[in-house]
Design a binder for this molecule. Structure first.
Ligand SMILES: *Cc1c(COP(=O)(O)O)cnc(C)c1O
Length: 418
């Protein structure tokens, strides 16, 4: 029995599974208290982009820590926040003119939903329905759960989750059903916004769909003036091969959610970027119309300093070349393994590669295949966290060739063993 009082997320303590203790990290490696190390092949749950303890980001936090730790952001401002907002305006789509800070991906989604509802409310339009895609994940707060897939994760809270309009996942060959459902929901006239994970549904099982589908969904929404919210919390910052996944479809959303890699994955920070029209809908001399959202740590200066350093890295270092090289290696490994072993549905998008194990057992999150696989990988010095029978690799960009080979060798063994 553990003597720790810590209640861990997504952990069934009743199973008494070991909880390794990590002491430090660098690049793609976590160093444990017992002297061993593991390769972090999931970027510590999709946050670490360049690598752990990136020297420029660590130095920026340290420097900021000597100046200003935290301050109220309602009606006050500071240098690092202004720097991040200006840098985001340079690198993100031109029409996203406003930058609203918060502190997690879930919160950035809540903010996006509130902005969309406020936009219609202040125009006196009865549009309050949110449209979502089947199998989506947008976070774990009540609003974010409401717009995500319903299932074992949120079943106890279901009575509190609000009603949404759902469109089917655009499975290959069935794209028209997605368009038709979206068109019908848009025609109903009460839709405020569609929220989507562009090109790949992460927690839903690394489900990929093509840019043309994203572009068509964007077109349908625009035709009915339904706001388009891109949740790029996971896909942003190069994960899919481009800075934003939306770029690959030539899509610019009305509202954009960013978090995870915003600070390079070092410290928590999020932004919701909005078009001028959404900002303008809240603009007035009437205080009742201001945007009512704030969390205590909104635009925390230490986190903003980390984000500013991340943005400088994107401007000054060959990040895109690193991503292209990693994406090519990921695709090669998937291809190489596919020729030797038998597995289902190999797919890759930028730096993300995934495959399904042909386990005879029923699939699904609570199947014990995933924890058994996790333990199997852990014994081989690799941190992977399969989603049901889906094994995916989403490493920090700094992963070395040898480390990546070790990850894929372990997967090759798993394909044989499970
Ligand atoms: C992780 C994730 C979130 C939630 O972000 P948190 O920082 O964990 O709250 C939202 N949307 C997507 C697409 C995500 O992958």
């Amino acid at each position: 029995m553990s003597t720790s009082s810590v209640w861990h997320p997504f952990t069934q303590h009743g199973l008494n599974e070991p909880i390794p203790r990590v002491e430090r990290a660098e690049g793609a490696r976590l160093h444990l208290a017992d002297g061993t190390s593991v390769i972090d092949a999931i970027s510590s749950w999709w946050v670490t982009t360049h690598g752990h303890c990136n020297p420029r980001i660590m130095a920026a936090i340290a420097e900021q820590a000597g100046k200003l730790d935290q301050m109220i952001f309602a009606g006050w401002t500071h240098g690092p926040a202004e720097e991040v907002a200006a840098a985001l305006r340079e690198i993100m789509p031109e029409s996203l003119t406003r930058v609203f800070f918060s502190d997690s991906g879930s919160t950035s989604v809540e903010v996006a939903l509130k902005m969309a509802l406020g936009y219609w409310h202040w125009q006196g339009a009865a549009r309050s329905r949110i449209l979502v895609m089947e199998h989506s994940y947008h976070g774990d707060t009540i609003g974010a759960m409401s717009v995500g897939e319903r299932g074992v994760f949120n079943q106890p809270y279901d009575p509190l989750l609000f009603d949404v309009g759902r469109i089917p996942f655009p499975a290959p060959g069935a794209e028209q059903a997605t368009y038709d459902a979206l068109e019908a929901l848009c025609r109903a006239g009460d839709a405020a916004a569609l929220i989507v994970e562009p090109l790949i549904l992460g927690a839903g099982g690394m489900l990929v769909y093509p840019p043309a589908v994203l572009a068509e969904m964007r077109r349908i929404c625009a035709a009915h003036e339904v706001l388009f919210i891109a949740d790029e919390v996971m896909t942003g910052w190069g994960r899919t091969g481009t800075l934003l996944a939306c770029e690959q479809a030539g899509v610019v959303p009305d509202i954009l959610c960013l978090s995870k890699g915003l600070t390079g994955g070092a410290v928590p920070l999020a932004v919701t970027m909005a078009s001028e029209a959404i900002y303008a809908a809240h603009l007035s001399t009437d205080r009742a119309r201001m945007f009512f959202h704030s969390s205590s740590y909104t635009a925390n200066p230490l986190a903003c300093a980390a984000a500013a350093a991340n943005l400088a890295i994107w401007r000054e270092e060959p990040v895109r070349e690193r991503i292209t090289a990693l994406a090519a290696r990921q695709a090669e490994w998937l291809d190489k393994l596919g020729q030797v072993y038998h597995f289902d549905n190999p797919r890759s998008l930028g730096t993300i590669a995934a495959l399904d194990l042909k386990s005879g057992e029923a699939t699904g999150y609570l199947n014990d295949l995933a924890p058994r696989l996790m333990a199997f990988f852990r014994e081989r010095g690799v941190l992977l966290r399969p989603l049901g029978n889906t094994v995916y690799v989403m490493p920090p960009f700094a992963i070395t060739e040898d480390e990546l080979a070790q990850v894929w060798d372990a997967i090759g063994e798993a394909v044989l063993s499970f």
